[in-house]
Design a protein around this ligand. Sequence first.
Ligand code: HEM
Length: 234
Amino acid sequence: MSTRFTTTNNAPDEMNRSAYASPIYITLLSVTTTITNLCLGAITMSALLFIHAFSLPSSMKQHIYLCGIGYMILMAQAIQSLNPHSGWARLVKYQDRRVVHWMLQIVASILVVVGSIIRMMDVTSNFSTAHGILGLIALILTILSMVGGIVSAYSSKLNINPAYMRIAHSCIGSLTLSAAFLCLLFAFNTTFRAGMGNKNANLAIAMTVIGLVGTLTSPCLDVVRRMIRNVRSN
Ligand code: HEM
């Protein structure tokens, strides 16, 4: 009797990769995804608990709600939705995962753009902290990601090699999330630490790192795999 799982919901260009994945590989990925999602939920809750623990200006509350939910929940899930082995995405067909991906990306991008601008308008000397600079970089990369996603979707009509476009889109998407999570890490290290104490801040920072690494491992491996395949086929 076969003890292997069939991965029939792969992207069309991944069909030849391997028709079967070993149960150990699938189990490891499921455990990684579960721990990652637990950490993502925990850091979002930590940020939300922070705003309700103190009386903060409403722009600050809106900023943390919008950027927190946008980057840590929606954008992280948008990236995970393209991983055929990640928790819930395993049960969804490739075409449906693509729709989930762009819908999550659009909603997340709107939330983070609004959340960042609200706070920028309230700060007197803009981009003078590591948090502020990384927040701006994340914002610019978010807009670039959106443009890259649209170009990637129409790459065949635009006469651009879709393989290169996908690699570029994955890289910019991963950089966007990295900048946003580093930005959050600095917020935990300064503002959050001042209010919630060292132990809570250190825990939040550790979970931010796990959340980022867990979310980006699969897309980074995928980029390397696609690059190797392109080099071999040229
Ligand atoms: C991934 C989530 C987040 C992103 C992308 C983000 C992004 C930004 C941006 C773009 C600014 C404006 C910077 C400026 O004009 O100088 C800002 C300011 C600020 N944010 Fe966030 N933020 C996030 C989460 C948080 C959290 C969780 C806190 C609090 C714990 C926080 C606290 C602040 C504060 C105090 C400022 C004003 C001072 C400064 O720039 O450090 N942010 N943020």
